[in-house]
Ligand binder design. Structure first.
Ligand code: MN9
Length: 295
């Protein structure tokens, strides 16, 4: 199965005052990050506020991203939702848009057995015939996978990989080593360098929308064996991430984009707009991020 490599922004979803998708801002974010060397995009994920969007908005978003990217990168669409049938329907719509793969968080709200969750993923893979990426994000989904479970799930030929939004690098290392023909995506930007050191080659992350250049350079430095530079870049990125987490990650990312000249609106309610002091903090952090060299 094709393996993927590179830096993939988990795209925010730009919206207007009516909480409808703002395609112009979407295009600006995509063009900016493609120019910084990203390999493609993860659309309608957590960062994309997917569970605050209507189904038809999610599909329109995927279509818009595929049209804008127009073959210049891989597009992965998170199509996960409550029931298998609804998820398959969304996956079929994504397939029509020519995505490279679909991805899904484990079915949530109700508690399911691991057998049911496994079947959910296999049903998606078998119904759509597109590669499937398991979205492992225990903190938000409430579902924790053991390493043996993931190795088993990944043995299905339709499952292409897993997005590891977890700090469990011991698990990530085991998956890279034991599932050689699958792609293990790092999912926490603040541990990209340690993830690369255990053999990860691809990373999907929310903060790449605002500082893809830092992480593209980090991976290049790592690949060239320049660990000092890679460490300095991870440190720079992490200082920014520390402030983003303090402010609230998704509203903060939209706030930074606004400061960078791309107005993506606020996060969808019940998220609340940022306060002036949040913008002040972000502005200061942004100044520090691009201040000085890391050579
Ligand atoms: O898409 C993102 N996950 C979540 C992945 O936000 C839950 C990450 O990129 C984080 O936002 C980032 C900051 O913790 O690593």
């Amino acid at each position: 199965m094709k393996k993927f490599e590179g830096i993939y922004p988990a795209l925010i979803t730009p919206v207007d005052a009516d909480e409808e998708i703002n395609e112009k801002a979407l295009e600006q974010v995509i063009e900016k990050t493609l120019g910084q060397g990203v390999s493609g995009f993860y659309v309608s994920g957590s960062t994309g506020e997917s569970f605050l969007l209507r189904d038809e908005q999610r599909v329109r978003l995927v279509k818009a991203v595929c049209e804008i990217v127009d073959g210049r990168g891989d597009v992965f669409a998170n199509i996960g939702t409550f029931s298998t049938k609804a998820t398959v329907k969304m996956a079929e719509a994504a397939a029509d848009c020519k995505v490279a793969a679909v991805s899904a968080v484990p079915p949530f709200y109700f508690s399911y057995s691991k057998e049911e969750i496994k079947q959910y993923y296999y049903d998606i893979a078998e119904a759509v015939g597109l590669p499937v990426i398991i979205y492992n994000i225990p903190k938000l989904s409430g579902v924790s996978f053991g390493t043996e479970e993931l190795v088993q799930f990944l043995s299905h030929k339709g499952i292409m990989g897993v997005k590891q939004t977890t700090m469990d690098l011991m698990q990530t290392e085991a998956l890279v080593r034991r599932c050689e023909d699958k792609t293990v995506f790092n999912g926490h930007d603040e541990i990209l360098l340690p993830a690369l050191s255990v053999g990860v080659k691809a990373s999907i992350g929310s903060t790449f929308s605002i500082m893809a250049d830092v992480f593209v350079d980090l991976k290049k430095a790592f690949d060239a064996g320049d660990m000092e530079k890679a460490r300095r870049l991870q440190g720079k990125g992490n200082e920014m991430i520390r402030i983003l987490l303090e402010v609230g990650i998704f509203p903060a990312i939209k706030g930074v984009l606004k400061l960078q000249g791309i107005d993506c609106g606020d996060c969808i309610k019940p998220y609340q707009p940022l306060k002036p002091e949040d913008y002040r903090k972000l502005e200061e952090a942004l100044k520090k991020l691009y201040d000085g060299s890391v050579e």
